[in-house]
Ligand binder design. Structure first.
Ligand SMILES: Cc1cc2c(cc1C)N(C[C@H](O)[C@H](O)[C@H](O)COP(=O)(O)O)c1[nH]c(=O)[nH]c(=O)c1N2
Length: 228
């Protein structure tokens, strides 16, 4: 898309009404990682386009826009992804200390088959050539940018009544093979996406006693690492 050369480059920032502002914070505060609450209703194409548009509006290093979105509806592909998850999840359980293992196994950590749609988000490190503004001294900023796209999608989905669940318990090679992703492309996220009518009031891992939200004051330093 070409920019209109006659349009003013700077426009008034505009104000958010109190209601607008509250809506943004409400989306942020009530966004949840969804695993089991997905409804089977299919997502209309225009809705999916809006979510992808929100993702594509994310900031990116040097305006690199390194993302791709693989939209997966085929139940056979989702079934195969679930099998890959199951294999990795069995291995994952073994990595936790014995006292935590049973609890880990009791957690639901994906909604791959229940959600009618999955979106695999990838990062192309070569999208903007070998030298990119802002990435010259930290090559990982391409992935950071892609994660910003995921978060935009997640928040837009919340406002649309759509739940999103991020699944990362996979062997990279399994997903690469399943979706035909070339080696040079980085797999960033597998997102389960679907309508929801109920959400946990707090992170499910907190509700289930796995881990609680940390006090913000402990995470904020003044002027120097460790100084509060
Ligand atoms: C990079 C990354 C990877 C994962 C996640 C998140 C992120 C950011 N989360 C979701 C995670 O558990 C969740 O965000 C936290 O527990 C906080 O809960 P809310 O997102 O606030 O509901 C997640 N959840 C899950 O059930 N299975 C998973 O494999 C993953 N993987």
């Amino acid at each position: 898309m070409q920019l209109d050369p006659f349009a003013p480059a700077l426009v008034p920032a505009g104000e958010f009404s109190e209601h607008d502002r509250a809506s943004v914070y409400r989306a942020i505060e009530t966004r949840r990682d969804v695993r089991d609450q997905f409804l089977p209703d299919p997502l209309p194409d225009d809705l999916v386009s809006r979510l992808l548009g929100a993702a594509h509006a994310a900031p990116s290093v040097g305006f690199m826009q390194p993302w791709n979105f693989i939209v997966i509806r085929d139940p056979k592909v989702r079934q195969a992804a679930w099998q890959a998850f199951s294999r990795a999840n069995k291995e994952a359980a073994e990595m936790f200390e014995e006292e935590r293992r049973d609890m880990y196994r009791s957690l639901k950590l994906e909604g791959i088959r229940k959600a009618p749609l999955s979106i695999c988000v990838t990062c192309d490190p070569d999208r903007a050539g070998p030298v990119v503004i802002g990435r010259t001294h930290n090559p990982r900023t391409d992935v950071y940018s892609t994660v910003c796209a995921v978060q935009n999608l997640w928040l837009a989905a919340r406002a649309e009544g759509i739940g999103v669940g991020w699944v990362s318990i996979f062997h990279d090679a399994d997903i690469r093979e399943l979706l035909g992703i070339p080696e040079r492309i980085e797999i960033v996220a597998w997102l389960c996406v679907g309508y929801v009518d109920q959400l946990y009031h707090a992170p499910e891992l907190a509700v289930k006693g796995w881990r609680q939200r940390l006090p913000l004051e402990e995470l904020v330093f003044c002027d120097r690492w460790g100084s509060q």
